[in-house]
Write a protein that binds this ligand. Structure first.
Ligand code: SF4
Ligand code: SF4
Length: 144
């Protein structure tokens, strides 16, 4: 008999769940949703792909074409945010909303030119004296 009030309340109240995706709840302010890459900032270092626990990222550098590609299998992404925190140039971010549902596996690929390499510093010549090394000095003759 103790369960009766609960049963009646459940019978005459709205369901606790929503009919997703027909009804989408307003996201919380810090929801970790869809991953976004500002490809114009990406330097194709591959850090995000190495750190991703779901292995859903791939980064390829094509030096011959001076182009890089960044791919995300987005339904394999668990939205953990590890890649966002690891990206050294803050190219990655997460929306507070999720990608619309779909029935097929999908990969998104973004491409951009590889960043220009910084100019190399001039190397000292092989026969040059190492910097900061003093010339040998004559020792004083021992007394006596
Ligand atoms: S960590 Fe950032 S810069 Fe490096 S490949 Fe990933 S998105 Fe690009
Ligand atoms: S949010 Fe997590 S699971 Fe998704 S791509 Fe980044 S590291 Fe991988």
């Amino acid at each position: 008999m103790k369960l009766l009030p609960t049963v009646l309340a459940n019978l005459f109240s709205r369901p606790a769940t929503r009919d997703y995706p027909s009804y989408v709840r307003e996201p919380f302010a810090r929801t970790r949703g869809e991953l976004v890459n500002d490809i114009s900032r990406c330097i194709f270092c591959g850090t995000c792909a190495r750190k991703c626990p779901s292995q859903c990222l791939a980064v390829v550098k094509d030096s011959a074409r001076a182009e890089g590609s960044w791919s995300l299998e987005f339904f394999a992404c668990v939205g953990c945010g590890v890649c966002v925190e690891a990206c050294p140039v803050h190219a990655l971010s997460q929306k507070t909303t999720h990608r619309p549902v779909a029935v097929a596996r999908a990969v998104i690929t973004l491409r951009a030119a590889l960043p220009a390499r910084p100019a190399k510093k001039d190397k000292p010549a092989d026969n040059a004296e190492p910097a900061g090394k003093d010339e040998p000095t004559e020792k004083d003759e021992p007394a006596g």
